[in-house]
Write a protein of this length. Structure first.
Ligand code: F6R
Length: 240
């Protein structure tokens, strides 16, 4: 696991965008695994700028997002499909039919999860998986538990996550309590993993990713077993 410590959020966002841009240049038909949340917003902004400036193209790119609230319609303004359209897809030259977010209205979430994993595999697996981390160490919505799931599945959000994400909703009661998320196995199949973390409230997680232990109670620590992980964080996340 390689750590890059940036001075601030902007620098972190640009460093993350450069890694994605380098992949798009060397492998135009790549598969990106994408995340939502506050952390990657600046990186998506920089990628939009680079696309507009003609520095990169998304023409042949395929994407798979990590997760989606359940149940939530794709056109709901807090859905992760809406987030991705708004922050990236609507503003770059991507073919939207090649962008994928788990279906937050799937009648059979288990079948949706299995089909999602198969689609990722059929696409040749993810080249770079972008991850943010929860304050409790969740990645995707793999929340701290005694045992974690391998494949994409329906999960319940912890109170800590519902509280943290309530900032985007009218009230805490409006936050969906479930989500469909890629499992740890789906995430680990990515050839490269790019973790972004910003702010003091991510320090606990970063600290635990730096030591030599792994635990399902801080799911991001499992990334230590992946051969190619880059963590880009700002000084506040690194030093606390
Ligand atoms: C988002 C996701 C989550 C977030 C995490 C951090 O698709 O899977 O794991 O990355 O909750 O969220 P922010 O960036 O808002 O702190």
């Amino acid at each position: 696991m390689k750590f890059i410590v940036c001075e601030n959020y902007e620098e972190m966002s640009k460093a993350g965008a450069k890694i994605i841009a380098d992949l798009l240049k060397s492998k135009p038909k790549c598969v990106l695994g994408l995340a939502t949340g506050s952390t990657p917003v600046g990186m998506y902004e920089e990628l939009r700028r680079m696309n507009k400036a003609g520095e990169i193209t998304f023409k042949d790119v395929t994407t798979y997002n990590l997760d989606e609230y359940y149940p939530l319609a794709p056109d709901h303004d807090q859905s992760y499909r809406y987030f991705m359209n708004h922050n990236l897809f609507d503003h770059v030259d991507i073919d939207k039919s090649r962008t994928h977010v788990p279906n937050g209205l799937a009648e059979d979430p288990a079948a949706e999860g299995a089909a999602y994993d198969k689609a990722v595999e059929d696409a040749g697996n993810v080249d770079i998986q972008v991850l943010g981390v929860g304050q409790n160490g969740h990645i995707g919505f793999n929340e701290p538990e005694d045992a974690l799931y391998v494949g994409t599945h329906l999960t319940s959000l912890t109170d800590n996550t519902i509280e943290a994400n309530s900032r985007f909703f009218a009230s805490k009661a409006d936050v969906p309590t479930k989500a469909i998320t890629m499992g740890m196995g789906t995430i680990m199949k990515a050839r490269k993993i790019l973790v972004l973390a910003s702010g003091k409230n991510k320090h606990y997680v970063i600290e635990n990713m730096l030591n030599d232990r792994i635990t399902c109670h801080i799911p991001s620590t499992l990334l230590k077993t992946h051969p190619d992980v880059i963590v880009i964080c700002d000084r506040a996340a690194f030093e606390g």
